[in-house]
Design a protein around this ligand. Sequence first.
Ligand code: ATP
Ligand code: SF4
Ligand code: MG
Length: 338
Amino acid sequence: MKPLLAIEGLKVYYPVKGGVLQRPVAWVKAVDDVTLSIDQGDALGLVGESGCGKTTLVNGLLLLEKLTAGRILFDGHDLAQLSKGELRRLRRSVQVVFQDPFWSLNPRWLVRDIVGEPLRVHEHLGREDLVSAVRALLELVGMNGDDIYKYPHEFSGGLRQRIAIARALALKPRLVVLDEPTSAIDVMSQHQILLMLAELKDRLGLTYILVSHDLSVVRYLANKIAVMYLGQLAEWGPVQGVFANPAHPYTQALFSAVPDPKRMGVDALISPAGEVPSALNPPSGCRFHTRCPEAMDVCRRERPAASPVGLGHFVACWLHSDPVPSTEGHLEAVSRLS
Ligand SMILES: Nc1ncnc2c1ncn2[C@@H]1O[C@H](COP(=O)(O)OP(=O)(O)OP(=O)(O)O)[C@@H](O)[C@H]1O
Ligand code: SF4
Ligand SMILES: [Mg+2]
């Protein structure tokens, strides 16, 4: 089965401009060589400390950021090879819901116009059809059809997030990107929204990418997880396998204080000790070596390749990699593994 989305060697660098001509003098390597695929029906949780590149990665795959390198294939189509028209059609299949819905909803528009805008622009619906389509969308997200005549400020944070989800679903997308969808709302509403997102996923056959700081949210909604550190993937695989057996020292540190899995709405990611290095000048070899309690010489020199440690479960760490031939690190890695 071909994946719904495949990202190959994706890099997104932000220029740091300087001098009179404001030319790039350095690059923030926000996403630096990420390869990942997502099957239809998957919900992939993307986790990592603040600034590790989660939002840049999703913006890159939504083509909201210029790609420095890499390929994105959606349903087998290389986005770089598509004509503008094909790309526009395909873009409808991928929608995004941001963290704080208040800023992504136009405060002067009625809910009818906010949720209906994608339908008006892409489907050219007449007024009556538009109103009934928007009513149906609101009911789909558990709201009252009559709410279409209200403004965003008349709703709580949780209901505004439902409006944002209704808008994202208007064009019947296949992939929905949820960037911290519940972190700006109260715990009760978070719980209800997560239940709703799980139900919508099954009912509409959706695929999710879920960016979250909250491991309990990921554990609840996602079936796959990818752990990012300084622009690269440290570990990825099925949620159950990665939670039961985190193999990367960074993942082990992040997961070291996961509270009761039944409790949602708790920011459970634990940052390991030490400063996060700058993405302007990331460490050589394994980027985590400056904070890793297990670091060996080879870690400072060579970037570890991804190695399987379980079914569909991969880790980029020398503790789990074939050692580098004829180096000091070789012997070190062998002794660590034995
Ligand atoms: N427009 C930009 N210009 C320059 N650097 C940027 C820009 N946007 C993000 N960055 C930098 O890129 C890196 C990745 O940022 P990004 O926002 O993707 O992280 P994140 O994982 O989403 O963080 P958070 O969890 O706080 O949302 C950071 O070092 C950030 O400072
Ligand atoms: S490769 Fe080395 S530094 Fe990186 S996580 Fe593994 S042991 Fe630690
Ligand atoms: Mg972010």
